[in-house]
Design a protein around this ligand. Structure first.
Ligand SMILES: Cc1cc2nc3c(=O)[nH]c(=O)nc-3n(C[C@H](O)[C@H](O)[C@H](O)COP(=O)(O)O)c2cc1C
Length: 405
């Protein structure tokens, strides 16, 4: 399949939200204002968004704000345009309710349909994501918990609430999930689960090799590529372990996250995971190449330049192990050195390698985009255009599934 055809197929497969229609229900809680940001982030991912607001929601935020953010009509009343409570849900791919109040949750759980949103909830067929948000005591109330339990048993996906300071001045569990996490949940809910039953270990970020307690050798890796791969694999139904060196990124939900510092720690975490059996290892981490021969326990003087040696070759260690997973490596090169990447794949006994030229604009370290060449040991070569790291992650997983089949 050509790359553009593969990309088209992926878009149809909803690995992001392009061409997807989101029906967003906003109910009347203090977090209603965050719906504006949520609409924007959903649209950034390519979704079209139609908003329905409860009467109480309109006390907190105007329909106009959401109309401007969504560039769409906002539905506030059952009688505004007759029968839209049926036609709008019928055209939506997913229903998201954020914030979901205790009252709206109770109505959904009990089939009460006395306004636009609760009626549309009953008319909708497809994935539903709810993001509850309320005072901590309200959230903990057994009635609210029973209602949520009932909704979850029907396959509705809940995201949040988070814990922390609440608008009422109390501390507790009741904060609306971060907008980023709600969007992540929506993408996951719409992604076909073609990696179910697979355990995928992803490494990400740089490692730090200490010269002394103050100084270390590292590199420019931001971890973004590895985090995108881990999230894409999770969205596609895999059991994911993300082993990451130090990065500024938030640990993603819905996967096992292991934070490491040095290459030794990364290797030991990987050995630990591969011992238990892994379908695929995706080595997106930029392991530091050098370490001090003898790291000092105390800060050394400027004049004592440490002697360096190479760090352990992590991929070769795992490839040579007894329980060898399918191994996908990365080659970050300066220039179009595809042969070097191919040689690296062979020498380290990888099954696939993802090459990228870090000197190219929009590619490599710290960017949100990448352009890669995916090579495999059967001499297959696939080139992507410049695209988001999330899309590159899906292209890698598509290729993995194809080659492993
Ligand atoms: C200032 C204020 C803040 C409120 N915040 C919340 C909230 O965060 N979560 C919630 O479940 N209810 C909250 N409520 C109560 C709801 O607005 C009330 O239960 C309302 O009936 C919800 O209607 P709806 O579900 O149709 O939007 C708040 C009420 C007021 C007056």
């Amino acid at each position: 399949m050509s790359f553009s055809a593969a990309k088209r197929k992926r878009n149809q497969q909803l690995t992001n939200l392009k061409n997807r229609s989101v029906l967003l229900g906003v109910s009347g809680g203090v977090a209603a204002y965050k719906a504006v940001e949520l609409v924007r982030r959903l649209k950034d991912k390519g979704a079209s968004v139609t908003v329905m607001m409860t009467g109480a929601a309109q006390q907190f935020i105007t329909p106009l704000s959401l109309q401007i953010a969504s560039q769409n009509t906002v539905y506030t009343s059952l009688f505004q345009e007759p029968l839209t409570h049926i036609s709008i849900p019928a055209a939506a791919d997913i229903l998201v309710v954020a914030p979901a109040t205790a009252n709206s949750i109770a109505k959904f759980a009990n089939g009460i349909a006395d306004d636009m949103l609760s009626t549309a909830f009953l008319a909708f067929r497809g994935p539903v994501v709810i993001a509850p948000s309320m005072n901590g005591k309200m959230y903990e109330h057994p009635v609210v918990q029973e209602n949520l339990k009932k909704l979850l048993s029907l396959g509705i996906v809940q995201t949040g609430p988070d814990s922390g300071p609440l608008a009422c001045g109390e501390e507790g569990t009741g904060r609306l999930a971060e907008v980023r996490d709600i969007v992540d949940t929506v993408v996951a809910a719409l992604t076909p689960k073609d990696l179910i039953g697979q355990k995928i270990v992803v490494t990400a970020g740089p490692t730090r090799e200490y010269l002394d307690p103050v100084r270390f050798i590292s590199n420019r890796s931001s971890g973004k590529m590895g985090f995108s791969v881990a999230k894409a694999a999770r969205n596609r139904g895999a059991e994911v372990v993300l082993i990451s060196g130090p990065t500024a990124l938030e640990s993603p939900q819905g996967l096992t996250f292991r934070r490491v510092d040095t290459s030794d720690q990364m290797l030991s975490a990987l050995r630990d995971e591969t011992e238990r059996g892994v379908s695929a290892l995706i080595m997106a981490a930029a392991v530091a190449d050098f370490r001090s021969v003898r790291p000092s326990k105390a800060k050394v003087g400027k004049n004592k330049i440490p002697l360096l040696t190479c760090t352990e070759d992590i991929v070769s260690c795992i490839a040579g192990g007894e329980k060898r997973p399918f191994i996908i490596g990365f080659a970050a090169e300066t220039g179009k050195k595809l042969d070097r990447a191919r040689e690296k794949m062979k020498r380290k006994k990888m099954d696939m390698i993802v090459f990228n030229d870090v000197t190219e604009k929009g590619s490599g370290f710290e960017t949100d985009t990448n352009r890669v060449v995916i090579m495999d040991k059967k001499n297959g070569v696939m080139r992507t255009g410049l695209m988001s790291k999330d899309d590159v992650a899906d292209a890698i997983l598509d290729r993995y599934l194809k080659i492993k089949a």
